[in-house]
Design a protein around this ligand. Structure first.
Ligand SMILES: NC(=O)c1ccc[n+]([C@@H]2O[C@H](COP(=O)([O-])OP(=O)(O)OC[C@H]3O[C@@H](n4cnc5c(N)ncnc54)[C@H](O)[C@@H]3O)[C@@H](O)[C@H]2O)c1
Length: 370
């Protein structure tokens, strides 16, 4: 047994910024590497299928004990674990809690995230790091990457449904990978959120930005649409609103009509993960089931949609499948987020922190007792 102390690096939110966590261009390129590894299969995620999104702590809607949190939309704790290969070669876990009332009630972000990285061979912890910006930047970068592969080359208009932190960063990423965008239209049920995002897009660019007061106006005729709502209800994005050849990216929840599913290229972040969601969802009580893209699974099960027409973004990036981004067929990108994305960007931050000697060295033990 090694007599060396067991130590790891702790990186605060501020350390993460010094290490470059907000570097969107860098993160988009790293996400491209992640999807390439995914397309090759060089990863393992948690759970029995090796493709589980994560383990959810799922509070009851009516808790019987004082102090136990009450369940509801976007009220959860989540543990996402996995291994990513390639030059990253790392195991890790992202642990977060989400309370949709946090911003209004506690002045905190909806979700609070922490990330742990481990050496995959020895299990030695490498780092524990603040996870909020890590996670939001990688989420945006994935949507930006999807736009790089799936949006028509001459895309000029971007519709935004919900202007929370996640969709705001998705907009930032799309503007990096689709520099032809000339117009952005924003809809959020909270007008102040729409205005904040509109001001951020306008700052330092000559993009025309407008705030609208209904969802249809943010979707109709747009070349790209991104939607990331939270809380009660799952809005319906109508088939007729979605333009020929357009890309609809869903980093958050929304419903689409059967006619849209039947006529679009369906590109998930990872179909095997989506299938595991479906299996795990059916283990829950009918009234409590939360299965992302449940209707898509039903249509695949009853043969209306052939499973082999569904192409993962990873397969496309790795060159094992093709979607003609410039065709008139619409493209539907489903992103539920994967630990692999956090592992890759987290590992980049850890290596940068080592080079720059950022953060604190935390000793877990000087001498192992056993
Ligand atoms: N795909 C991924 O990898 C990934 C990663 C992180 C978060 N998410 C998801 O993204 C979603 C948004 O996260 P966030 O942190 O920005 O949440 P948030 O609660 O901070 O912001 C959500 C925004 O949606 C708006 N909204 C709610 N209902 C709406 C509706 N019907 N129409 C228009 N706007 C509406 C709210 O006013 C708010 O501004 C969450 O559901 C979260 O689970 C996905």
């Amino acid at each position: 047994m090694s007599a060396a102390p067991m130590a790891f690096r702790f990186l605060s939110h501020e350390d993460m910024f010094k290490a470059g966590v907000a570097n969107m261009d860098g993160c988009i390129e790293v996400m491209q590497e992640v999807f390439d590894l995914l397309g090759q299969g060089d990863y393992v995620m948690g759970g029995s299928t090796r493709n589980s999104h994560g383990l959810r702590v799922w509070f009851p809607l009516e808790p019987k004990f004082e102090g136990m949190p009450k369940g509801g939309p976007d009220q959860r704790f989540m543990s996402l674990s996995g291994y990513l290969g390639g030059r990253f070669n790392v195991c890790g876990n992202k642990w977060y809690g989400s309370n949709v009332h946090n911003p209004a009630k506690h002045g905190l972000p909806r979700s609070v995230l922490m990330m742990t990285l481990n050496d995959p061979e020895t299990a030695r912890p490498l780092a524990i790091m603040a996870g909020n910006t890590l996670s939001s930047v990688r989420t945006g970068a994935v949507v930006g990457l999807a736009a790089r592969y799936l949006a028509c080359e001459d895309s000029e208009t971007l519709g935004v449904v919900a202007a929370g932190p996640i969709n705001s960063i998705c907009v930032k990423a799309i503007l990096r990978t689709v520099p032809s965008i000339k117009k952005v239209v924003v809809f959020d049920i909270r007008e102040e959120a729409s205005r904040k995002l509109a001001d951020a897009v306008k700052a330092g660019s000559d993009i025309e930005v407008s705030v609208v007061h209904d969802m249809a106006s943010a979707v109709k005729g747009m070349d790209i649409v991104t939607s990331a709502v939270s809380g009660e209800g799952t809005p319906l994005i109508e088939n007729a609103w979605l333009k020929e050849g357009s890309l609809l990216a869903l980093p958050g929840r929304a419903r689409v009509e059967d006619a849209y599913l039947l006529s679009s290229h369906i590109v998930p972040d990872c179909w095997e993960m989506q299938k595991t969601y479906n299996i795990e969802g059916h283990l829950m009580k009918p009234g409590e089931r939360m299965i992302p893209h449940a209707r898509l699974h039903e249509m695949v099960a009853d043969g209306q949609i052939a499973e082999d027409t569904i192409r993962d973004l990873g397969q496309i990036v790795a060159g094992n499948a093709m979607v003609d981004r410039n065709s008139s067929k619409r493209k539907y990108f489903l992103s539920n987020g994967m630990i692999l994305q956090d592992l890759a960007w987290g590992m980049c931050m850890f290596r940068r922190a080592e080079e720059m000697n950022l953060g604190q060295n935390i000793v877990m033990w000087e001498h192992p007792s056993a």
